[in-house]
Structure formats: C-alpha cells, structure tokens
Design a protein around this ligand. Structure first.
Ligand code: SAM
Length: 190
C-alpha cells in the first residue's frame, strides 16, 4: 500500500460515526441497497443494518467500491434488528408518514441514532413502526407521495452529517484503534 493510500484510509476511518446507522427493512433492489451503502460511506457510517428475507446483494457498479468500507449487518427479522439497535442505546427513527411524524430536520442527530427505511413498494412494516421511537417524514408537496428510498436516505443522512459536523463530531475518532488496524490490515470488508 502506498503511503498516500494508507493516509487516505486512516483519514476516512478517523471520521467514521459508530453511533449513527441506518436499517433497511427488506429494501430488495440491489441498486437501491448499493446507493444507500454508497451514501453511508460518503457521510462516514461504519455499519449498516439490514433485514432481508432473501440474500443481500450489493451491485458493485452502483456502490462504486463503498461496500468495501461499510459493514452490513444482516438480521432475520425487524424485531431482532431494532432490538439490537436499542440495546446500543440508539434512538430509532422510522421514515413513515403518519399523524405523529415530525419533519426530519427537527430531529437531533447528534444523539446515537438509527434510521429505518422501508421496502420500495410497501414501506416499513407495522411491526417496525410500533417498535420505533419516532416517525419522521421528508415533506412532500407534489403529486407523488414518496421518494425513492435511496434519495430519502441521502436527504436524512446529510442532515445528520450537517448537524454532526457543526457539533465537531467528525473531529474526534470514534472507531477503536484495534478496529482501524484491522481495517487497514484486511483492506476493508470482503
Ligand atoms: N408506498 C410506500 C409507503 O407507503 O411507505 C412507499 C415506500 S417509499 C418508495 C420507500 C421508502 O423510502 C419508505 O419506506 C421510506 O423509508 C422512504 N421514503 C420515501 N419517501 C419518504 C418521505 N417523504 N419521507 C420519509 N421517508 C420516505
């Protein structure tokens, strides 16, 4: 590895936000999954959670290699996934239009946070909604009721990134040195 590449990976790892994550509930189109993983890499998310009934697939062309640097933790069902996130003391937000939903920009993302995104056609399940702490929505004033899931994820994640940058959360290393060394040695995830 060249010194330049080593330094680039070190700089990337130093900005990883270990207490910010997304959970994809049966988002099954590979290009959508790949686009979300790519955005997660861009804003410094280290681990993504996913509930998949079928085999998880990332399309490498869409992900552009970002899947090498973002760990995807799969869960058999949404109860297990949300339970695992809550066990890490995360506020679990669900992207879902409801009477209780608040504008996604009104959330404090400097807290440990997980954001749940739903399936392309049917959205998130009632089971997931019941377990989450807060419904959030991206305001829509057009004729269409929803955005593509990867677009929705990018909007919410960049608001989280904006708040965390202002709070100085990209100026301190969150990953353990042991994990950084492992990532450097192994060259990311297979
Ligand atoms: N008919 C589905 C529904 O009722 O939820 C639409 C699903 S939408 C195409 C796929 C996912 O994108 C949603 O589950 C949600 O995670 C996210 N999403 C899309 N538009 C959104 C919006 N305006 N606010 C919040 N999340 C949104």
């Amino acid at each position: 590895m060249t010194p330049e590449r080593y330094q680039r990976i070190r700089d990337m790892l130093a900005k990883r936000q270990t207490d910010l994550t997304v959970c994809l509930e049966n988002v099954h189109k590979p290009h959508n999954v790949s686009a979300v993983v790519r955005t997660c890499d861009a804003i410094g998310i280290h681990k993504v959670h996913a509930v998949w009934e079928n085999q998880y697939r990332v399309r490498s062309g869409t992900a552009m290699g970002s899947q090498q640097w973002v760990n995807v933790d799969t869960h058999e069902n949404v109860t297990d996934a949300i339970g695992a996130l809550k066990a890490q003391n995360m506020q679990v937000l669900v992207t879902h239009l409801s009477d209780k939903a608040v504008d996604f920009r009104d959330i404090d993302y400097t807290k440990p946070t997980a954001i749940l995104f739903g399936q392309e056609k049917y959205g998130v399940t009632d089971e997931a909604i019941a377990m989450c702490d807060q419904d959030i929505v991206i305001p829509m004033v057009g004729m269409v009721q929803s955005l593509n899931v990867s677009v929705a994820a990018a909007l919410v994640l960049y608001e989280a990134q904006r708040q965390r940058q202002i709070a100085g959360m990209y100026d301190v290393q969150h990953l353990s040195e042991e994990e950084c060394q492992r990532m450097l040695f192994e060259g990311g995830y297979p």
